[in-house]
Design a protein around this ligand. Structure first.
Ligand SMILES: N=c1c2ncn([C@@H]3O[C@H](COP(=O)(O)OP(=O)(O)OP(=O)(O)O)[C@@H](O)[C@H]3O)c2ncn1[C@@H]1O[C@H](COP(=O)(O)O)[C@@H](O)[C@H]1O
Length: 107
């Protein structure tokens, strides 16, 4: 998956806002709202942890894809997108983890 794939998927997700929940899984999530979307993010994170504990490499990839996908839905729900996250990661480039941590404590 390239940055482009993330951006294209985000555009599809955005296009599902107000769509028919019977026709689209993403439209169904938007229709159900914040609690359902955040619950899915939590579930997918847990499934990833369980796959990682089992050490199943392909399952780890599969569950990470589910987590990234549902995170994109959550971002869209809050009026954000993958570019916002990519910008934040780019901002951190070159900072050591310790510098990043120190900056956070100042906020
Ligand atoms: N990448 C995904 C994607 N990954 C996972 N899923 C769905 O996420 C759900 C995963 O949840 P679970 O594993 O918990 O399975 P489940 O118990 O059946 O899920 P729930 O119904 O309980 O939520 C499944 O229903 C998958 O189909 C996805 N659904 C859609 N996409 C992308 O989103 C696009 C738009 O999808 P629609 O809105 O359905 O057209 C698609 O073209 C895809 O590119």
């Amino acid at each position: 998956m390239s940055d482009d794939t993330l951006l294209k998927l985000a555009a599809v997700i955005e296009s599902r806002k107000g769509g028919d929940p019977a026709q689209s899984y993403v439209a169904k999530l938007f229709d159900k709202g914040t609690d359902t979307i955040l619950k899915k993010v939590g579930e997918e994170a847990t499934e990833l942890v369980m796959a990682a504990k089992d050490g199943e490499r392909q399952k780890i990839v599969y569950e990470t894809a589910d987590l990234w996908f549902h995170s994109l839905v959550a971002l869209a729900h809050f009026g954000l997108g993958p570019q916002d996250v990519l910008d934040e990661l780019a901002r951190r480039e070159g900072l050591s983890g310790l510098q990043e941590f120190a900056q956070r404590k100042e906020k």
